[in-house]
Design a protein. Structure first.
Length: 359
């Protein structure tokens, strides 16, 4: 067995997490184990298992063409400082309790230093149409090389000063700028702290007016993009009161900042009207209105029936016009056939002409 990738030593703060990666190759495919030795002089190496340290340790391993293993430790404490060792072996007797393996375990080590997290005070102040976010390290911290302000994964501001105080100004109302902001002190390791702009839910309907056909399923949606997320959603109807899933016709699905109401087998008389979605978080509550209109089952056929009616009227007009025009037409008798009957007026005129010729 041999290592392709070895774990790297790292520095972390308390309450942070750390991840170590190890990759080995051999024939047959070697097994990978993780061991730990603390900084206490009397402490010896002990094997780490998935779920150790009150389920803060997670180990993922795959054995395909070669062996890979990742160990991650969450919510670090000072006791997590020490030497982490990745061991690999493909000897058949590697785990035998009485036999010694012919091929020793190969080892690769990484030191994890867990540093006490400095205390950072945060503040959000409002001046006119501006919000001022600030972070301040209470005690001097060495090796600060700059600052960053981050929101939603985007870097909003950065500098290269070594001050323990940093601030960022946001223009706009608090309701429009709610969310989680992060101040980052660039050091080794980086120090991060959250600055939250919290507001009551800003509930709004996805569509203020919805349409549905009789017998179909109606879908009404409300959302709240503000922070913190809505913890409790509810729906009610004008003249009806609170709507619940237990009724059988109403299905409510809510997750975080969105809620959805489904109404089964829409009824024109019963379901049309105003619906109210209400959201509650730790700051307050808010609601929005959605108007539902239910159309007749035949409503979808009206455009088609209108076209059919227009076609029928047009065909009738053409038919009547053709019927009136045909008696006035006299077809040619080129084939020597019998002559068509003439009108009485024509016959009388021809008779008078013959009488004059005889006289």
């Amino acid at each position: 067995a041999g290592f392709i990738k070895s774990p790297l030593s790292q520095k972390r703060l308390t309450q942070d997490s750390v991840e170590l990666y190890c990759e080995a190759i051999g024939n047959p495919i070697p097994e990978i184990q993780w061991w730990f030795e603390g900084n206490d002089p009397n402490e010896t190496y002990a094997q780490l298992w998935d779920g150790a340290r009150q389920d803060r340790v997670k180990i993922n391993a795959t054995y395909n063409l070669h062996s890979t293993s990742t160990i991650s430790i969450a919510n670090l404490t000072s006791d997590d400082s020490g030497m982490y060792e990745c061991r690999a072996s493909n000897d058949p007797d590697r785990n035998h309790l009485s036999k010694s393996p012919k091929v020793k375990w190969i080892r690769s080590q990484a030191n994890v230093f867990v540093i006490e997290r400095p205390e950072i005070t945060t503040q959000v102040s409002e001046t006119g149409d501006k919000l001022i976010l600030s972070c301040n390290i209470s005690e001097p911290y060495p090796s600060i090389k700059g600052h960053e302000w981050i929101h939603g994964g985007e870097v909003l501001y950065q500098d290269e000063t070594s001050n323990s105080f940093t601030s960022y100004i946001i223009k706009g109302k608090r309701e429009e700028r709610s969310g989680i902001y992060e101040c980052v002190y660039k050091a080794n390791p980086d120090i991060k702290e959250q600055v939250n702009i919290s507001v009551a839910p800003q509930v709004e309907a996805k569509k203020k007016s919805e349409h549905g056909n009789e017998g179909d399923t109606g879908v009404l949606i409300c959302k709240s993009p503000s922070f913190p997320a809505v913890t409790t959603w509810s729906w009610s109807k004008s003249g009806h009161g609170l709507l619940e899933n237990a009724s059988g016709r109403y299905i409510i699905k809510s997750s975080g900042n969105q809620t959805e109401l489904r109404i089964l087998k829409l009824d024109i008389e019963q379901d049309a009207g105003d619906y109210f979605c209400n959201g509650v978080n730790s700051i307050g509550a808010s609601n929005a209105t959605v108007n539902l209109r239910v159309r007749s089952r035949l409503a979808a056929l009206w455009p088609f029936l209108g076209i059919v009616a227009e076609v029928l009227v047009l065909v009738t007009i053409i038919f009547i016009y053709e019927k009136r025009r045909k008696p006035d037409e006299v077809p040619d008798d080129d084939d020597g056939g019998s002559a068509p009957l003439k009108s009485n007026a024509t016959n009388h005129k021809d008779k008078n002409v013959r009488q004059r010729n005889a006289n």
